[in-house]
Ligand binder design. Sequence first.
Ligand code: B4P
Length: 183
Amino acid sequence: MKKKLLFLGPPGAGKGTQANLFCNKYGLSHLSTGDLLRDEVSSGSVLGLKAAEIMNKGELVSDELVLSIVEGRLLNTNDGWLLDGFPRNVNQANSLKILLEKINQPLERVVLIKIADDYLIKRLLGRGRQDDNEQVIANRLQIYREKTSPLIDLYNKQGILEEIEGNADIDVVFSSIEKALGG
Ligand code: B4P
């Protein structure tokens, strides 16, 4: 089973849901930039307040902030990790590459969870987080298309991309991921 992983996909595809299940079963460190940013927001720090404003509009917080959070966490893991929601643009992907070279832990597989917009919107409206309203969801999807989706081609060219159908029951999606990763 591969142990240096990245889950990619549009907002609401189920990256967080699947990453939780996967890390619990295989003992990997789950690095979710969304969760880490929400922790920062709950702490009420100045950075958190700044991040909340951006997240509530469905935009991406600054690369510097996200990178500093990820770097600190990655340096403290040793038995495998799963990046969830990071990188989200080409600049973050380049920074990640440099960081992973520095710690000599190359990325082994990227799992793309694919799903049509209609299903995503329904799921996110059902979840009802602060950034889950129609206008903000539309913005998040637009940003995904513009900034994040170019990463699909990037990782595909490196030969490490696995595509998974995300419009299925949670356990079915999970089995497809396990199969794709050699479990
Ligand atoms: P994230 O926290 O990454 O959240 P997400 O993309 O909306 O959700 P995810 O795909 O993880 O879906 P989930 O499993 O929860 O990002 C939030 C914000 O943080 C961003 O908009 C941005 O502002 C900021 N941010 C995060 N990372 C950043 C970065 N690197 N750079 C800059 N900014 C960053 O599932 C969604 C719902 O679907 C849940 O209710 C779940 O229960 C349900 N669900 C899951 N799988 C299902 C299935 N198979 N069937 C039915 N329902 C399912």
